[in-house]
Design a protein around this ligand. Sequence first.
Ligand SMILES: [Zn+2]
Length: 500
Amino acid sequence: MFSFLRTFAFALVAVVTLAGPAAAEPLKLVILHFNDWDKMDNAGKVAAVIAQEKSAAKAEGAFPLVTYGGDMISPSLMSGIDKGAHMIALAEMVGIQYATLGNHEFDLGDEVLKARVAESDFAWISSNVTLDGQPFPGVQGPQIIDMNGYKIGLFGLTTPDTTFLASPGPGVAFADYTEAATSAVGALKELGADFIIALSHAGEGPDRELTRLVKDVDLVLGGHDEVARIYYDGRDMLVGGGAEGEFIAKTTITLDKVEKRGKMAVVWTPTFDLIATGGATPDPTVQQQVDAYAAALDQGLGQVIGKTAVEMDTRRAAIRSQETAFGNLVADASRTATGADIGLANGGGIRGDTVYPAGTELTRKTILTELPFGNSTVKLELTGAVLREALEHGVSGVEDGQGRFPQVSGLTFSFDASKPVGSRITEVTVGGKPLDDNATYTLATNDYVGSGGDGYGMLRQAKVLIDGISGGLLAGQVIDYVETRGTVSTGVEGRITRLD
Ligand SMILES: [Zn+2]
């Protein structure tokens, strides 16, 4: 039933035979694909739609295949607690058969990913990820699935951007997309694949490159850019299922063996459908499991993750006008998580409006109450001049308690609110040195501010190194920061000086 045929440059090719012997009849293959599903909430609906589509396919003699386009085990609040184990269990219940690794699979480090892959009863496939020169443990290379004598080839790919989008260990390498695909397709063709599917986690641009540069890739099942898409130009097919299980992208391929100039050839025709899951009645068993996880999450959120050794003031008037210990904590956590030069948190994004006396125990819920917006952290590259402009904007509404006021990390600045807006910043240092308008800096901030929210339009001209889709949850980063250290010991320490 399951055998390894031979070794190619990159990986073994696994061959699965689903039925046989070869029949002369056409084959109908129904591929149910989704991607970028990292929050458990929709699992019951996704399971219901997939089960319904599978039984409909089987009823008409078709072969269903359930695929996943990557990004599953992170980020979510629950993943902060169980490192993504709940998503693997739900993916199994939903019926995923093949999944490619996304960048978020590497958010929690190599050891966590190894454990998640090891406990998955579906196959993780990716042909361009290695650990110390070997295929990543448990992750498989190209696959041939023999369906009634038709050989369906399948291989996975993972965006090389994962190197800077997530936290893979130093031994993890991502081979070039085109080269890895060429090698995988070569292996599959040599074994007689009639139809080749790439399970790709990189977004539309690289997927189009793939179909352009690598002959014989017939269908790309995508992910990463979270776009629900059906593209077909008569030859190449690109399909994506949006995000969070809101859509199941259904691709039906009818393959047939025909005689062409005395030789047998396989021809195929596709049909497509994007199935919205919103109206589905959740599968009761899966929903019960989701509810159990939600209860565990609620309990986990109430657990103490550390304490503060300093007073933390998140009252509206303080957080929007002066340096505060909690503001420092948020900016420090996002800067540390992304390895940026500078962290910046808008005061308006911190909402607890309370004072935590020194010695207060902190729970995950404390952090979520302070950061309720579910923002992710982006990493931008910008010039000193743009950074100065951002700080000027940050203090431009201080007399009115505007939420734009910046809480900072890796940076100190002084301002004089008696001066006109636009010329209030009197001194800025980054990493202890005066800000250089012409130098380039990296900045971690939340995705709202990073995309120009709270009036930070100047940040739109920055180069995006980590975007909102690829970034970690800001609240999760703060929780990790507190949990790792156990004690918040940084108080107000002279990062922001008000001169008026
Ligand atoms: Zn991704």
